[in-house]
Every structure is written in C-alpha cells, then in structure tokens.
Design a protein around this ligand. Structure first.
Ligand SMILES: [Fe+2]
Length: 142
C-alpha cells in the first residue's frame, strides 16, 4: 500500500510543480482567470500532498521527499515553458486522469486490505478531482 501511495505522492508533486509553472507562465486573454485558478489548484494540491505523505507515515513507511525520487517515480513529467491557456488546461486535465487512475488503484488495494483509513482519505480526493475535470472538460469543450 505504501508503495502505491508513494507513487501517487511522486505524481502529485510533479503535478504540483507543473501547476506552479502554468500559474507563472500563462499568457493571453484568460490570464486573470487562469492565473487565479492554477493558484487554487496548487494550493489544494499542497494540502493533499501533505495528507498523502502523512498517511504513508501513519502506515509506518517513509514518504518520498527528494526531487530525484519524485522524478524517477512519477509517470507525470515536468511540463515547462507552457504559456497557452488551452495547452495548460489540457495538461491539467490529462494529469487529473492519471492521478484519478492511480487513486483508483489505491482504492482497490485499500478494499482488499480493509484499509478504511486510506480509503476515507483517497475517496473524497477522487470525487473532487472528477468534478474539477468535468469543469475543465467543459472549459475545453470536450
Ligand atoms: Fe502567484
């Protein structure tokens, strides 16, 4: 379980740093709206990252905590020099799909192991991220 959570943590950290870049580099008519949205998303991600890391500690393991570990463990890759709104939003949408898939993997193992604590932590994050992707999908006119 903690291996899966550490993998989720690594992906979340790359996602977080990508959001910082999108927040800083966004250009165009959507600047004010998206600069603010990306800040909301990375502020929320920071909270989730801390909760996931502390769940790993609660289960008796050590959360990954170096950039090197995150980069080697994460499926999501750094997104640099992105300033277009549609590209930023598409990358965020796709990152959410990856994270939701990873959280569903965690839920499956939590079910097998009767790990209600982990399930209780992860389930609302999935719900929230799916709702966010409904909205981003609407923005993208998917
Ligand atoms: Fe800022």
């Amino acid at each position: 379980m903690t291996d899966k959570l550490n993998n989720l943590l690594a992906n979340y950290q790359i996602y977080y740093q990508n959001l910082r870049g999108f927040h800083w580099n966004i250009k165009g008519r959507d600047f004010f709206e998206l600069h603010e949205l990306f800040e909301q998303l990375y502020t929320d991600a920071a909270v989730k990252i801390d909760e996931i890391a502390e769940r790993i500690l609660t289960l008796g393991d050590t959360p990954l905590h170096s950039y090197e570990a995150y980069l080697s463990e994460s499926d999501l890759k750094p997104a640099t020099d992105i300033s277009a709104s549609a590209q930023s939003m598409t990358l965020i949408y796709d990152a959410h799909e990856v994270l939701i898939g990873k959280m569903n993997d965690v839920m499956e193992i939590a079910g097998e192991k009767n790990d209600e604590g982990t399930a209780d932590l992860i389930s609302p994050i999935i719900n929230q991220m799916q709702k966010t992707n409904w909205m981003i999908g609407a923005w993208l006119e998917k």
